[in-house]
Design a protein around this ligand. Sequence first.
Ligand SMILES: Cc1cc2nc3c(=O)[nH]c(=O)nc-3n(C[C@H](O)[C@H](O)[C@H](O)COP(=O)(O)OP(=O)(O)OC[C@H]3O[C@@H](n4cnc5c(N)ncnc54)[C@H](O)[C@@H]3O)c2cc1C
Ligand code: FES
Length: 294
Amino acid sequence: MPYKILEKRELGKSGVLFEMVLDTPLIAQKAYAGNFILLRINETGERFPLTIADYDRDKGTITIVYQVVGKSTKLLSHQNVGDEILDVVGPLGNKIHIQKYEYPVIIIGGGVGLAPCYPQAKELKEAGNTVITIIGARNTDLLFWREKMRSVSDELIICTDDGTEGIKGVVTAPLKELIIKQKISIVIAIGPLIMMKYVALTTDGSGDLPKVKTYASLNTIMIDGTGMCGGCRFSTIDGDIYYACVDGPDVDAHMVDFDNLLTRSIRFIEQEKQSLKQYDHECKAMNKFQEEVS
Ligand SMILES: Cc1cc2nc3c(=O)[nH]c(=O)nc-3n(C[C@H](O)[C@H](O)[C@H](O)COP(=O)(O)OP(=O)(O)OC[C@H]3O[C@@H](n4cnc5c(N)ncnc54)[C@H](O)[C@@H]3O)c2cc1C
Ligand code: FES
């Protein structure tokens, strides 16, 4: 059954970030923070995962936010309001465990990972927690949802690598300061693998800082999303094997072998480049054809 795109807007000023609202009544009824969907845009498209960044049970809609990085996300950015997505499967993955914690909760969103932070911050805030959110991006043009995040946070800290907004530097700097200043119950990190690796190293108790329970949302390559294909496999530092789609995507960050995962995440890089090149070529040919017939 195809799923209609009800809304589409560009986020930030980078030209690569988009938000879409999809008409998915059954998925909206069952969605919780931490869940994701698998999409296949058309018959020749690949299946790829995106987090449910928001949901509205009454309207029967879910919101997705994505960054154009390759062929599938570019193809999605070429869809418009009224267009239909062929398959949307979900909600998949485990919802995060919501409870009232004794001390504040820190949520860290890096880049497009900021979007999946929203439902987590919202549900943790509704459960009565003090929520401190740190958002980070390379520059101000890649930041979005500031007010939305502020509305579900007791404190919002903004960081940019180049200092064009907020604190100049990476998210682990304010994280360290907060852990030194006060007791923290949990840290949740969602963003690039390298960011989550350094958040985990900051909170694992191996340095001068106390250990803080930390969750990372693993954005591995996924295909079936049901534990069958092995695409999302990750290993722990003890050598155990897990699957991000069924054991996560939010997992104990201190058990993840991030170096192994970083290597696995680039294993199809040549095929991904080739696929994007081919798609760009087809788009150019199609545009030329349309110009000629119009
Ligand atoms: C559970 C889960 C939730 C996700 N939620 C979101 C989301 O809400 N918004 C969003 O923008 N992305 C999200 N991702 C990542 C998203 O699935 C990939 O960016 C997408 O599949 C890339 O497809 P592509 O064909 O456009 O690019 P590809 O051609 O597949 O990849 C192009 C380049 O993008 C990078 N890339 C590829 N796959 C990933 C990945 N899984 N994670 C990070 N970088 C990758 C690599 O550098 C790669 O070379 C999520 C991933 C998972 C596993
Ligand atoms: S995506 Fe296939 S096992 Fe997880």
